[in-house]
Design a protein around this ligand. Sequence first.
Ligand code: DQA
Length: 151
Amino acid sequence: MANSKLNVLVLHGPNLNLTGFREPDVYGKKPLEEIDKDISTAAASLGVDVRILQSNSEGVLIDTIQEHRRWASAIVINPGGLTHYSIALRDALVSVRLPVVEVHLSNVHAREEFRRTSVISPITIGQVVGFGGYGYVMALNALLNLDKEVV
Ligand code: DQA
């Protein structure tokens, strides 16, 4: 990644299209469209190229990861409920050999027991949880910093 422009694929998994409406006390009141605008604004000011996609379909997420394996230099993903069981999504992320940051709007570690398990996190650089939509901006900054640190 070092010395090259960062191209980041940002993926939102199932049900995240309802962010702002769904359980606002857990996931926040900001609609996904506004979160995506914040991501694009932050990316532009950081000089990062982003492509953003939300899908309720595991297959579409996997296809998108595969299709972006040459364009992307990193992936930021909130896998939604797939986090807790999708080996297929994890395999896709491993297959493309790109750095991955996992984002969750809520602090999954402070919620139900089943949300504390992520089959995705062992193959990521790290997780950003509990900061709402700002977590995606944090992830971009973290990747950029990593980019500077990697020799
Ligand atoms: C989530 C947490 C998941 O447990 C849940 O299934 C979601 C959203 C989050 O962003 O906090 O859909 O990924």
